[in-house]
Design a protein around this ligand. Structure first.
Ligand SMILES: Nc1ncnc2c1ncn2[C@@H]1O[C@H](COP(=O)(O)OP(=O)(O)OP(=O)(O)O)[C@@H](O)[C@H]1O
Length: 386
């Protein structure tokens, strides 16, 4: 345990330094792990936990995140992190300079975001986004040396308005400290821009501070992390992205875009009509949902769909053809939806009455609602996750 083993990654710098007043060997590995000896025991901090470093006189303070469940810290749950500094003192000016250069090079090589635009929705969920951001998220971003431009949303569609005209080239990502509503506004704002192809490359990060938080739950759960502000912030700092599908919704002459879900009937009614119980947080969905289930409504309609492979026997062949999409005017700007010729597809239909129609792009409809376990996310919009 105490000696370098042959499986250890090679050191990019290795030197004798002072740790707690004792001269000890210290190494930074190619994986970004910092290894040293303390009280005769080998200690280390994993790559992913190094956030930044500062020079304080002769000393170097490395800001790290430590998973409580493992590594060098105490017991805890996976994804439960605490901030911890590691301080060492190189034995000469040259050694200190070399350490700083190597740490700089290493942190630069990780491709982490350097400047983020952050939306904080003070109205979402139990109205605690401001507190969550200031207490749990901002200190981590600051430790990671991420420059922030913070914007509280002042009214509905404010985030969309800003995103539609912001200079996206100034940022490495947009973060929403909110529920799913602000995320949807940001996605729609990006897709309505004339330069949507470029704008769409900007990763979007989420920090759960709403009532449902289905998207961030769907991003964190598959990598075994709790749906917490800390795990979300860390995944943003690490800067790894994953792509999401975008659904295009046409309603009359209006077009909008969805990344989470589309609901008609029971779930939509619960979502909209429980607004008056917003102060309850996510419990508003359960309590109002129960009330709606006791007094169940029915919704008449017809659903036309193109079955996925393996689901061809669902419904009946469509009894009428699908209306042709109105042709896109030359003046239309922004994303207009996929190029697919809808009238050429093998449509089938289901006739109501329905109780609930719930289409999902991701598995979780809300933090406690695994609505579509097989809705595996794929392809096109980058979202920060682990
Ligand atoms: N200052 C504000 N006052 C009123 N509404 C706002 C304000 N800022 C944003 N909004 C609106 O609040 C709505 C809900 O926000 P958000 O999605 O963050 O929370 P939520 O509805 O509680 O969570 P979820 O969508 O996950 O259920 C959004 O549609 C947004 O446009």
């Amino acid at each position: 345990m105490d000696r370098q083993t042959e499986n250890d990654p090679p050191a990019i710098i290795s030197d004798r330094v002072l740790v707690n007043g004792v001269v000890t060997p210290l190494a930074l590995t190619a994986d970004g792990e910092i290894r040293w000896m303390e009280s005769g025991r080998r200690k280390s901090t994993a790559e992913k936990d190094v956030l930044s470093f500062v020079v304080e006189g002769n000393k170097v303070r490395v800001k790290t995140l430590v998973e409580r469940g493992g590594g060098i810290c105490c017991e805890g749950n996976a994804g439960d992190y605490t901030r911890k500094d590691f301080v060492f003192e190189p034995l000469s000016d040259e050694s200190r300079k070399l350490w700083c250069d190597k740490l700089h090079q290493h942190l630069d090589s990780l491709g982490r975001p350097k400047k983020l635009f952050v939306f904080v929705n003070p109205f979402g969920g139990k109205k605690s986004a401001r507190k969550i951001f200031v207490e749990e998220v901002k200190p981590l971003f600051e430790d990671a040396n991420i420059q922030l431009e913070i914007q509280e949303t002042k009214y509905q569609l404010h985030a969309k308005e800003i995103v539609r005209s912001m200079d996206v080239s100034k940022y490495d990502g947009i973060v929403c400290v909110s529920g799913d509503g602000v995320l949807v506004e940001v996605v729609n704002g990006l897709l309505e821009r004339a330069d949507w192809r470029t704008a769409l490359k900007l990763p979007i990060g989420m920090v759960p501070a709403g009532s449902g938080n289905g998207m961030i739950k769907s991003l964190l759960e598959p990598v075994g992390l709790p749906c917490s502000a800390t795990s979300a912030a860390i995944s943003i700092i690490r800067g790894r992205t994953r792509s999401l599908d975008v659904a295009t919704i046409s309603q009359g002459t209006t077009k909008f875009f969805s990344v989470l879900m589309l609901a008609w009937g029971l779930v939509a009614d619960i979502d909209i009509e429980s607004e008056k119980f917003r102060w309850m947080g996510s419990a508003r969905f359960d309590i109002y949902g129960l009330q709606r289930i006791i007094c169940l409504r029915q919704y008449n309609g017809r659903i036309l769909f193109v079955p996925a492979p393996g689901f061809e026997s669902y419904g009946q062949p469509a009894s009428c053809s699908l209306d042709k999409e109105p042709s896109v005017s030359d003046k239309a700007i922004g994303y207009q939806g996929p190029d697919t010729r809808l009238e050429d597809l093998g449509w089938r239909e289901m006739k109501g009455p329905f109780v609930s129609v719930w289409l999902h792009n991701v598995p979780w409809g809300a933090e406690n609602t695994l609505a579509a376990p097989d809705a595996k996310t794929v392809l096109s919009l980058p979202c920060y996750h682990l």
